[in-house]
Design a protein around this ligand. Sequence first.
Ligand SMILES: O=C(C[C@@H]1CCCCN1)Cn1cnc2cc(Cl)c(F)cc2c1=O
Ligand SMILES: [Mg+2]
Length: 573
Amino acid sequence: MRQSKLLLNTLRESPGDAETASHQLLLRAGLIRQLAAGIYTYMPLGRRVLRKAEQIVREEMDRAGALELLMPALQPAELWQESGRYEVYGPELMRLSDRHGREFALGPTHEEVITTLVKQEINSYRKLPVTLYQIQTKYRDERRPRFGLLRGREFLMKDAYSFDKDFEGLDRSYWEMYHAYHRIFERCGMNFRAVEADAGAIGGEGGTHEFMALAEIGEDTIAACTCCDYAANLEKAESGSSSKFIIGTGTGNLEKPEKFHTPNIKTIDQLVASLGVKTTEILKTIVFVADGTLVAVVIRGDQEINELKVKNFLGAEMIEIADPADVQAWTGVPVGFVGPHGLNLPILLDHTAAGMEQGIAGANELDYHYRHLVPARDMKQAKIGDFRTVKEGDPCPRCEEGTLKYYRGIEVGHVFKLGTKYSAKLGATYLDASGQAQSMIMGCYGIGVSRILSAVIEQNHDDNGIIWPLALAPYQVHLIPVSHNDETQMQLAMNLYRLLQEKGIEVLLDDRDERAGVKFKDADLIGLPARIVIGKDAGQGWVEFAERRTPGIKTTIPVEEVLERIRMNLGLA
Ligand SMILES: O=C(C[C@@H]1CCCCN1)Cn1cnc2cc(Cl)c(F)cc2c1=O
Ligand SMILES: [Mg+2]
């Protein structure tokens, strides 16, 4: 491609609202342009990268035996009413009416559409299993679109759906997709982890993994083992046998609970400061509202309660920390003095608290606390479980040798076991071998295709611009004649341009009438994997070769060696 013919405007400065490196570079390198908040045009250079990402996804989906189709973005509201999700989703679901006043949704995902389709098309167990996928634009009206392609309102997703006759089949389909995801993100040159995750709103029968591209600006935090391949979203991560946290046996102290005066001491910090006790001697009590009912969770003072673990333990749809004023209204206990002893609420006790020899806690009375509380003795009615957020350094729950480390991640993929959640609701059944109608067993599998561009740039850039992995680079080689009006240089550049193209190499020739400095700055920004500069040595038939990833290493080679050098260094066939 001749750069003088390419619609490509690079920007010297980052637009003000672009906060992350990938958002800035996508704009500065001329890959995307914003039409509205969270809504982007892919410019010619960006479209080439997006198409390569799509193609990698498509090849691996096809290799995994999935069948590609393309579903509409316009979905009749009735489908969402039938699945019961029309009300569940609020403003994030983009809705519109057609000329007849019929209501539609712009598809944020396609469980309803695909399940209705398969219900019509498949009726016998002989036609199962099948996995169908599409690469299609999704619409989610994010309240705060941000970070460019990372959180847009219109974005490209590969969404796949598997249909099996039983759970063994679903397991096979699930792991087939899981391994295909590994191949996809490996081929994208991405540094990622597959992590155990929570199914979230989509629900389903257990088992779900998120694929996280490691990056400091990632919204998610994962905990991964330093030794084995255990990794989980922090929402779900467990640590080594929680007995490791139990200090003592919980029966040593025989003193009875003793109430003592603690005027105006409401927080753990105030307790520590005024009593000189350690946080590990305090029983921290937080009251939650789960589906409208209050529940008290008790954990050792140095630990953090994991809200999602509490929610999942209770099987609650909604959970949030109770407003202290509400707690006071409901229980009569003044804010800051809530404690497990004598509190008329159900109590969940984390392992770290359950094993404490003794502890200090609010006395459920203004300005009073208890000491010598023994959870094993004084909280027999409490339900014990894992309600804590793991910490860095915790023992790994799998190998017990390694310890957990935190990483920030960008979710680029998510695979789910859905079970019959949608097939039952929408009546997608098949006749089994004995002619009985059974609900199909489903899985669903998403990849944020447009999000891959941002994740890869976050992981592959320097101060001067993007450093594209070969598999996603918009072109493979940047050909740069230094001075546009030097006949020798331009002639050699043209010859090389033709030669490389004949050999099937994707070349971008910077044939613009621009100063060398501008050409090099743009080349750094655009970040093609290899660069060949035709300069003063052109007369002797020598050119300068460099790779974008190692900008400091420039070697001058005879033009005859260029093809071989490109093939060798870029690993091209
Ligand atoms: O999309 C999924 C699950 C999987 C992900 C992989 C591909 C198939 N779907 C979860 N989810 C996320 N945000 C949503 C936003 C809106 Cl507005 C909605 F109406 C529905 C959903 C929704 O269901
Ligand atoms: Mg997800």
